[in-house]
Ligand binder design. Structure first.
Ligand SMILES: Cc1cc2nc3c(=O)[nH]c(=O)nc-3n(C[C@H](O)[C@H](O)[C@H](O)COP(=O)(O)OP(=O)(O)OC[C@H]3O[C@@H](n4cnc5c(N)ncnc54)[C@H](O)[C@@H]3O)c2cc1C
Length: 395
């Protein structure tokens, strides 16, 4: 797509958003996940009807068949007018859906993609377990074949939005005798069947965005398998490529916005700040962060180009994930430095100050979710730079 067409697309999106966003009701409180699901689904349905859902998804499955670059332009326009973020179906839209497109059978694509785009069905990602996070290949949740079904037993943890999800992209062990990563299978599991139980976990920001999921003899048909049996590690890497490479695009745009707001906060004498724009260290930190975020934006665009060319993202996705998540924490740290002790009682703050302190706490999770910074560095050094593998534990 040429520059002129991209600009025409931007202007059309801007015009539609200018009409649509003011019609939205007030967003529900963050802690009310059920209300958030209804709110997010209503917005998603509006996007779908206007042709702005699944911009880079194939038209045959309800998407627009556009490029990921157009999708990025749309996100920029959404950010400019404060349109809602994807919300509770973050996993479904940003990494499970794209995995279904890349790895699913025709039946999977016909069944699952359009309901995600229409805002009807939400997904979660069941990868991590109590003893398998960074070392994901050691996961133990078992699936045993029984005729045309898999019977699943085990536990997942930190499963984002599991309390409001309809389906889970679940990693299970199907061959306990194979070397770790070769005995894993990826299954599509409905969340509302017998043998699946969700227990919410409360986070530092005060609500239960993620939870534990227990499986006790849950049964799914063999046709719910994504990829071949024991080929789930490869499928999981496809999902993680999307999660690390492009899923945080809106998050990055919000971070740029937040950095601008921090500058305004520091410049406003009416705000309860401890440090202000008069402080040279604040001005320098804001300048450095602005440059850093420009560079992170360039990494995002490189991933978007790669996706438009190859349809999947490789280990290079980790470079963006690492840079974005660490920059988020630096923006959060600066917010806390500018606000001083007021940041510790964020409930008493209003407007921008309150949002920035909440984001500062939320940012703590970003260098863990989707794989920790240490793991991203290992991937970059081994898979991108070809450096020697880290020594494996013996015994
Ligand atoms: C907000 C949030 C949302 C999440 N959502 C989901 C989700 O939806 N689905 C899901 O499956 N999971 C989810 N997770 C889980 C996340 O993927 C794991 O927390 C992450 O992979 C780390 O695993 P762990 O917590 O078991 O930590 P561990 O793996 O126990 O790591 C502990 C520490 O050891 C370090 N470490 C471990 N191994 C190495 C190594 N080889 N080299 C150097 N350092 C190492 C780590 O970097 C870390 O600092 C989420 C996590 C968060 C915080």
């Amino acid at each position: 797509m040429g520059e002129n067409e991209l600009e025409a697309f931007r202007l059309a999106a801007r015009a539609w958003l200018a009409e649509a966003v003011p019609t939205l009701p007030t967003a529900p409180p963050a802690a009310d996940l059920a209300a958030r699901r209804r709110y997010d689904q209503a917005w998603q349905s509006m996007l779908y009807q206007a042709g702005y859902a699944g911009l880079a998804w194939p038209a045959a499955y309800g998407g627009r068949g556009a490029t990921a670059m157009e999708e990025l332009v749309f996100l920029e326009e959404c950010d400019a007018v404060g349109a809602p973020d994807i919300g509770v179906n973050f996993p479904g839209q940003l990494f499970v859906g794209p995995t279904l497109i890349a790895e699913g059978s025709e039946e999977h694509k016909s069944r699952y993609l359009a309901p995600i785009l229409r805002g009807e069905e939400c997904w979660c990602q069941g990868f991590s377990e109590p003893n398998a996070g960074s070392d994901l290949a050691s996961l133990r949740t078992r699936a045993v074949r029984d005729g045309d079904e898999y019977v699943i037993t085990g536990q997942k943890v930190w499963t984002s939005y599991c309390a409001v999800a309809d389906f889970c992209e679940l990693l299970v062990r199907t061959d306990p005798d194979a070397p770790q990563s070769r005995g894993i299978t990826c299954l599509i599991v409905p969340m509302h069947i017998d043998g699946v139980e969700v227990r919410p976990l409360r986070t530092i920001v005060g609500y239960s965005e993620f939870g534990e999921v227990f499986f006790d003899g849950a049964r799914v048909p063999v046709t719910n398998r994504l990829g071949d049996e024991n080929d789930g590690w490869r499928v999981a890497r496809v999902t993680l490529g999307f999660e690390r490479g492009t899923a945080f695009a809106r998050g990055l745009l919000q971070l740029v916005h937040a950095t601008r707001q921090l500058k305004e906060l520091a410049q406003d004498p009416a705000q309860p700040t401890e440090r202000s724009w008069q402080d040279a260290t604040v001005r320098r930190a804001l300048g450095e962060l602005t440059c850093e975020l420009d560079a992170v934006h360039a990494l995002l665009r490189a991933n978007v180009d790669r996706f438009d060319r190859d349809g999947v993202l490789g280990p290079e996705a980790s470079v963006f994930k690492l840079a974005y998540s660490e920059a988020s924490q630096r923006v959060g740290d600066l917010a806390v430095r500018i606000l001083g002790p007021a940041a510790l009682v964020s409930e008493t703050l209003g407007g921008t100050a309150r949002e920035r302190t909440r984001d500062a706490f939320q940012a703590l999770s970003l260098t863990i979710a989707g794989g920790t910074s240490e793991i991203q560095r290992n991937i970059i050094s081994e898979a991108c730079l070809g450096l020697p593998r880290e020594p494996r534990a013996v015994g």
